[in-house]
Design a protein around this ligand. Sequence first.
Ligand code: PLP
Length: 283
Amino acid sequence: MSRTVYVNGQYLPEEDATVSIFDRGFLMADGVYEVTSVLDGKLLEFDGHLKRLERSLNELGMDKPEAFDGLLEIHRELVARNNVDQGGVYLQITRGAADRDFVFPKDAKPTLVMFTQSKPLLDTAASENGLKVIFLEDIRWGRRDIKTVQLLYPSMGKMMAKAEGCDDAWLVEDGFVTEGTSNNAYIVKDGKIITRDLSTDILHGITRASILKYAEEAQMVFEERPFTPEEAKEADEAFISSASTFVMPIVEIDGSTIGDGKPGATTQRLREIYIEESRKRAI
Ligand code: PLP
């Protein structure tokens, strides 16, 4: 069945939705995006995603689309029209369509595209069994704090992981893990949860921020610092976080089994807390 999607002010059947071939998102990856998860037909962490979107636009000197202040309503309308119970809403803003030039156009109107994806988020095989990751060199650009649509290397990273019988890759730069291809990376050692501190080296995950808050409330100990691939391989537990995976256990890193090869107790508790708390706050 065809979805209803949103393009520049219009709700359309997906097969009728189009964007110009001159759109700078298409020609130059000159665009930013957000993915907001939907649980029980409600939006998780909407305010966090909206704030980060605004920051991404500011950092790139990109104008807000006219509909910016109505984004919550558009999200809700798409969720309702497409009957989404579990899944997510994808939103992309580009600098708009203009004749091809490296220089930013003066008067292009930003393009705003949104669509929904229905998929199970709870009790999946991945959350029950855990994922396997490999290490790859982090060769992405230096502003990973901006959520741009330049996703070719993350996409290649997932393909390389798959080719090795794994699910995903953790990226390594200057001897330390930065993050996963599309998620933040964590290890647990001697009861302490360790994740890289915020900088331009990683995306400031909205899920990460909430996990830190909820973990503190639950008296769990967090340390924000870079960790090495060796530390990761010797960790008691490991996990990733993102809007669409919540807290997701990792059971194998670069061929080393983590713990007893099953999702760890701290990870599982954190996943439960995250789901419960974000569900309560969903709008
Ligand atoms: N890091 C990267 C590179 C990502 O692409 C993502 C999400 O897409 C994240 C981290 C997690 O961010 P969030 O929790 O806001 O989904």
